[in-house]
Design a protein around this ligand. Sequence first.
Ligand code: PMP
Length: 330
Amino acid sequence: MDYAEHVTDLVGNTPLVKLNALTKGVEPLVLAKVEYLNPGGSVKDRIAQRMIEAAEESGELRPGGTIVEPTSGNTGVGLAMVAQRKGYRCVFVCPDKVSEDKRNVLKAYGAEVVVCPTAVPPEHPESYYNVSDRLAREIEGAWKPNQYANPHNPESHYHSTGPEIWKQTEGKVTHFVAGVGTGGTISGTGRYLKDVSEGRVKVIGADPEGSVYSGGTGRPYLVEGVGEDFWPGTYDTDIADEIIAVSDADSFTITRRLAQEEGLLVGGSCGMAVAAALELAKRCGPDDVIVVLLPDSGRGYLGKVFNDSWMSSYGFLSPESKDATVGDVL
Ligand code: PMP
């Protein structure tokens, strides 16, 4: 019989899928690493598993302990899923701007969710950074993974995502493209691919226009999960050969095209990474193999990127790309 002992045993080993329609007119092979096929629905399952196992080994997380983390999304799901298997309690802290749907996903996995006001500065006692610090101090047996500083975040990619891509492409990968949030994905995967190829593989970061990685100050942008207004410890500042800044409009247009033209219903940061990969592809040749990582599913963004009214309200939707109405069809 072929079965997993637990769903968390299925983290990783995600497939590579060729992009077809979107790559018309460019020479290289462009392959998407489809991370929504992880059991928790995102790339963050990988870091959750490794951060928890490392904390168990170091004794920071003990049986019956509580995981406290400021997270509203993918990392929380990964942590909650691994915690369920191992019997840990999870307390996640998120700002009130996070949609109720997202909070409910965390609760559905059995996590407790503490909601904090968004409209306070980070140093305010009620800010979600401070509340999570306080809870981590006050709850007995609490451990805070801190994905922005935890070396096991990039390490997890060095030991899983990187080797998978190398093996799946039989060492033919020439470029790796990923969005940068904590920087864990690009730093760990990129470092492995550079080590194994003796520096031949080029690593390209995709960043929302305005974020620090592409020279900005952290000006607000709408694409979620990527870009920062500070430099996290998990980002290796030497890893990227190039950073490509992508506008929200381009990120979201490509995200919608991925669903409609490639059958890949993925999140906005995926469209951003693919937009960067396509820009890179224009400068590459037929022997190049570009791998672009798609972090999560589009299901969490149906009310935003895939909603015409939301897109129109920001001026992202050109009239011809709107859904046909009954009037149009008649
Ligand atoms: N996309 C999404 C949707 C994310 O949640 C994240 C993680 N913040 C990223 C991309 C970026 O990954 P990383 O933190 O490894 O840089």
